[in-house]
Write a new protein. Structure first.
Length: 234
């Protein structure tokens, strides 16, 4: 008799988490084997550490801005403390350092949803929208850098075409997101109205009836015979 395996959602999450950690450990082991640790350590000793501390402080301060931005995006969901947004973001970035393929975003979604009761779809979609905005900002910085630096590498037509194409795609996505945010309810209402009209038309005009079906076949056959006779006259 075959054995049935019952795996709950919690067990699936644990399996995915363990699998991600194993991949990360394998990647770190590969880097440790292939990279010259001594040379890397000597390079670190040459770094001016006060720049590291300054960069770290600036980087950590951006998490407060990220939190405020996310809270502003979900302003319709009042009553959610600033702390929950901040904890979710920190857990998401921590998960990205351990899990492959930006798995930390799923950690952020799950934690935020469990703490607030907001659906996972809303939490994940708002997180993805933030990523799109971040990507557009990075792309904008890249375009400005290309324009100011005037490096030979950036004068390559292929590089320029890729950059322009990526910028256009991001711009279209952001415009679509803004339109959906402003006119989303109206668009959905129009779509629902059109779908309802289509369903009503199909229901009224394509209702199956054996009598109507038989009549249509006879009428079609007679019409075909009559047209064939007419065609023979010419």
């Amino acid at each position: 008799m075959a054995t049935k395996w019952n795996i709950s959602n919690v067990d699936k999450q644990k399996i995915v988490g363990i699998f991600g950690i194993l991949i990360s450990l394998a990647s770190l082991a590969y880097i440790a084997i292939t990279v010259d640790i001594g040379l890397a350590f000597n390079s670190l000793l040459k770094i001016q550490w006060y720049w590291i501390f300054l960069a770290t402080a600036i980087y950590l301060s951006t998490f407060l801005l990220r939190t405020a931005r996310w809270k502003k995006m979900l302003k319709n969901y009042s009553g959610i403390p600033f702390k929950v947004y901040f904890e979710s973001i920190m857990l998401g970035f921590a998960g990205n350092n351990l899990l492959p393929a930006k798995g930390g975003e799923l950690v952020r979604m799950e934690y935020f949803s469990s703490k607030t009761g907001i659906s996972r779809v809303t939490a994940f979609s708002s997180s993805m929208l933030i990523k799109i905005i971040d990507g557009f900002a990075i792309l904008l910085i890249l375009i400005v850098t290309i324009w100011l630096a005037q490096l030979p590498f950036f004068k390559n037509n292929l590089i320029m075409n890729i950059t322009i194409s990526a910028a256009s795609i991001y711009l279209i996505i952001i415009v679509f997101a803004i339109v959906l945010r402003v006119q989303g309810k109206r668009i959905i209402e129009k779509l629902n109205t059109k779908i309802a009209k289509k369903k009503s038309f199909l229901r009224d005009n394509i209702t199956f009836s054996p009598t109507k079906y038989a009549f249509s076949l006879i009428y079609s056959k007679r019409t075909t015979n009559f047209s064939n006779r007419i065609s023979r006259l010419f």
